[in-house]
Design a protein around this ligand. Structure first.
Ligand SMILES: [Zn+2]
Ligand SMILES: [Zn+2]
Length: 212
């Protein structure tokens, strides 16, 4: 999947000036003047000012099409504003686009043109992560991730897909799958016993990170 569209602009707004900050004139105006910033997925951002003027700021090259930069070679308020919005997570960093998480639709920044499934931090798992199974409330250990969908991967023991498996039917069939084991120790009459190391495969939204 390639994302070539521009991502939505940040809301045209002023940004709060951190209390106690001593900002020079351009830095203060970069925050206090209502502006919106639009990312195009590369190094160039469009900044629309309160009066409706639009300038293109290349935050990597440090150039802007505004008179302040063109005639005075200043690090203008537009360049500063883009840098602020990137560091505050309001717009994607250079070379990234904002796309919805495939599971929960929360906006997530991914490299432009990335074919990976787009997952927010809550739904992005790596081998070795601990996750909570939302069906049982139990903790599982992630052993593998995949970009294959729950309706493509079969459960060998049940002759159905992961999406069709009874306890997975409430989760989206197009979720990428994650495989995990229940490592919890079970206490039996004979004392503690290690949990099963049988690998289960889940639609990713059935799992959540306990810490995010
Ligand atoms: Zn400028
Ligand atoms: Zn998500």
């Amino acid at each position: 999947m390639t994302h070539t569209r521009s991502t939505p602009a940040s809301q045209k707004a002023n940004l709060p000036v951190p209390s106690g900050a001593h900002l020079d004139e351009r830095s203060r105006r970069a925050r206090e003047e209502p502006m919106s910033v639009t990312s195009f997925g590369g190094d160039v951002y469009e900044v629309e000012t309160e009066s409706g003027n639009r300038y293109l700021a290349n935050v990597v090259a440090g150039t802007c099409t505004c008179p302040d930069h063109v005639f005075r070679e200043a690090r203008c308020k537009h360049l500063r504003r883009v840098a602020i919005e990137i560091t505050e997570g309001r717009v994607p960093p250079p070379g990234h686009v904002a796309v919805p998480c495939s599971v929960c639709s929360e906006s997530v920044f991914v490299p432009t043109g990335s074919d990976e499934p787009h997952l927010c931090p809550r739904h992005r798992f790596q081998r070795g992560d601990v996750a909570r199974d939302r069906e049982t409330g139990g903790l599982v250990l992630v052993v593998a991730t995949s970009d294959r969908r729950a309706d493509e991967v079969r459960v060998p023991s049940h002759d159905c897909t992961v999406a069709e498996y009874a306890t997975n039917r409430d989760y989206p069939a197009d979720d990428p799958v994650v495989s995990a084991v229940y490592p919890a120790v079970r206490v039996t009459d004979d004392g503690p016993e290690p949990g099963s190391l049988r690998v289960y495969t889940f639609p990713v939204s059935r799992l959540e990170r306990p810490d995010v």
